[in-house]
Ligand binder design. Structure first.
Ligand SMILES: Nc1nc2c(c(=O)[nH]1)N[C@H]1C(S)=C(S)[C@@H](COP(=O)(O)O)O[C@H]1N2
Ligand SMILES: [Mo]
Length: 551
């Protein structure tokens, strides 16, 4: 029975009828915070949790499981992310949002493990129930991932059992620790036949288990990496020569201002945004794209079909809807692929269809207007990026690239399914989470040099940056210093209306604080709006303003 009024962490339950004086006595003898039974029970919980994850990781390597517990839990969490939280995560952590998620998850698991350890120490059955509940949550999140087989639950199941065994082993040591006679006489009575033990023995057992868990996790990781040959297959892949080469890039596409981002984004610097906590590894040989739905003829394409098709190559800038004004979630690359138009010609969409829902192997989906995939903007099923096979994190072996639309409604990576359908009948991944169903890219101009809050020397200062309005093109960029007149910047050469365009502006800077504002005009003559909008639901807008100090 528990003390009725003052439950004390670090002490064991006392009989209600104990005299008051003894109660106070007990209080004085309370073991230190980090070495008392409660703290050690928490430690036992943490070690057991590590065992759950490590064993699942190791077993998962033998299964080539698609989702181990951490990945599955994180992915499920991401799927429940409301738009404001995605927006907040990207605004706060940028493309490190996944690392932040892992840290957050790690802390949550740590806390839960401590609590479960303490509960198990005080009331074993309750602790077991808690662990089983958690195991069920893990298994549920594993088996509900896209393209996961029921057998993928086995690593998590075995991990949970292993964790329980370790928890019982460690907790039973605590029950019998002779440094706490009051524990030994109360909880220790659960195991009357077993000999007393010591705190030291507990620490040794915990330490050995923790080291074993770390070794199992590392071994699992290494084994998974060794068993996956997708990266090698990608390295070995020779891209075919396109039937239609990319238009030559004119001289002078790069901004004259030093420090502006390269016009062509190298693959390794290309921003990455997706919901995938572990990059899907798809074997190109077994990859297949199914085109179905409102079509006369269902079509299946193999990777070889793509290699054999009439491929085109073109420079296209991608932009993320989550990009804030002045942000860097945009990139420009040379893509190689098969026009989606040609694929749709084989399938022959039926009347009434107005959308293609593309789905990735891991369950992301995008809704793209059918006519956008059929017009002459050359939307493609891309297999190459800047002369290389797609990097794994950018969609290997096949992704969509659709000029003029934000990625969330068009740029499906690891794409495996195209369903010809109607906006009225189907909603894509982010649309279900509060973002819009369509996403044409808004006209945007960005100042890249000088940087916000930079200190620059008085005299001639080169301002420069990038602007984009894919499919409409950029025809003018203007700069405003403080409240002066809007003045035209020097535009760099334009490669095409589907690539971004850089600019520069020579400024005679005078000492003091100054604000630099920029705005672009697109090919239809429309000036970029100054109306501020957040990324949610269909993209940020407004003019970027950069404060600099001239000395
Ligand atoms: N499978 C999959 N494809 C995806 C996404 C995703 O989460 N999963 N995100 C989309 C979004 S929001 C953007 S902006 C682009 C980014 O492509 P990148 O990472 O190659 O730059 O991919 C799109 N394709
Ligand atoms: Mo995006």
């Amino acid at each position: 029975m528990k003390t009725p009024s003052t439950p004390q962490p670090g002490t064991t339950p006392q009989p209600r009828n104990q005299p008051r004086s003894q109660h106070r006595d007990q209080h004085r003898k309370r073991p230190a915070l980090f070495s008392g039974p409660t703290a050690l029970a928490a430690l036992a919980g943490v070690v057991s949790a590590a065992v759950v994850l490590a064993v699942a990781e190791l077993i998962g390597a033998f299964f080539t499981a698609r989702a181990t517990p951490l990945i599955a839990l994180g992915s499920t969490f991401i799927d429940f992310t409301p738009p404001w939280m995605k927006d907040f995560a990207i605004a706060t952590f940028g493309t490190n949002d996944k690392a932040a998620l892992f840290v957050g998850m790690g802390l949550t698991i740590l806390l839960l493990a401590c609590v479960l350890g303490i509960v198990a120490f005080r009331k074993w059955a309750l602790g077991v129930a808690g662990v089983l509940l958690l195991g069920a949550v893990i298994v549920a999140s594993v088996v509900t991932r896209a393209s996961v087989k029921p057998l993928d639950a086995i690593p998590s199941l075995i991990g949970t059992v292993a964790g329980l065994v370790v928890l019982r082993f460690l907790i039973s040591k605590l029950w019998r620790t002779r440094e706490w006679p009051e524990v030994a006489s109360d909880l220790g009575a659960k195991e009357p036949d077993r000999p007393a033990t010591s705190r030291r023995a507990f620490f040794t057992a915990s330490g050995i288990t923790a080291v074993a868990a770390a070794a199992a996790a590392t071994g699992g990781r290494l084994l998974s990496a060794a068993r996956s040959n997708v990266a090698q297959a990608r390295e070995a892949l020779k891209l075919p020569v396109p039937a239609k080469a990319a238009a030559a890039v004119p001289a002078g596409v790069q901004s004259k201002a030093a420090g502006v981002t390269p016009w062509l984004t190298p693959n390794k610097d290309f921003y990455r945004i997706d919901t995938a906590l572990s990059v899907p590894e798809i074997d190109a040989q077994s990859w297949e794209l199914r085109i179905h739905g409102l079509v006369e003829q269902e079509v299946r394409l193999s990777f070889q079909d793509l290699l054999d098709a009439q491929l085109i190559e073109s420079h296209v800038s991608l932009t993320c809807v989550s990009n804030p004004v002045g942000g860097n979630l945009a990139g420009n690359a040379k893509w190689l692929g098969m026009p989606i138009r040609d694929v749709l010609k084989m399938a022959r969409p039926k009347d009434g269809a107005d959308m293609v829902l593309s789905t990735s192997v891991d369950g992301f989906s995008a809704s793209t207007p059918l006519e956008v995939l059929q017009d002459d903007r050359d939307a493609m099923l891309a297999i190459g990026m800047n002369g290389e096979p797609l990097p794994l994190e950018h969609g290997y072996p096949v992704r969509m690239v659709v000029p003029g639309l934000y990625g969330f409604v068009s740029a499906t990576k690891w794409v495996v399914d195209l369903e010809v359908t109607r906006f009225a009948d189907n909603k894509a991944y982010w649309t279900q989470r509060g973002w819009s169903e369509r996403g044409p890219i808004k006209t945007m101009a960005r100042v890249e040099v000088p940087k916000s809050f930079a200190k620059v020397a008085a005299g001639k200062v080169a301002i420069g940056g990038t602007a984009w309005a894919q499919t409409r093109g950029i025809t003018k960029v203007e700069v405003q210093i403080d409240n002066g007149p809007w003045t035209a910047a020097v535009l760099s050469a334009e490669a095409s209306v589907v690539t971004w365009r850089q600019w520069s502006f020579d400024w005679e800077a005078t000492p003091g604080p100054h604000y630099i504002k920029v705005r672009a005009t697109d090919g239809t003559g429309e000036v970029q709006t100054d109306k501020r909008a957040d990324p949610v639901p269909d993209g940020a807008s407004g003019w970027q303003s950069v404060m600099v100090t001239v000395e």
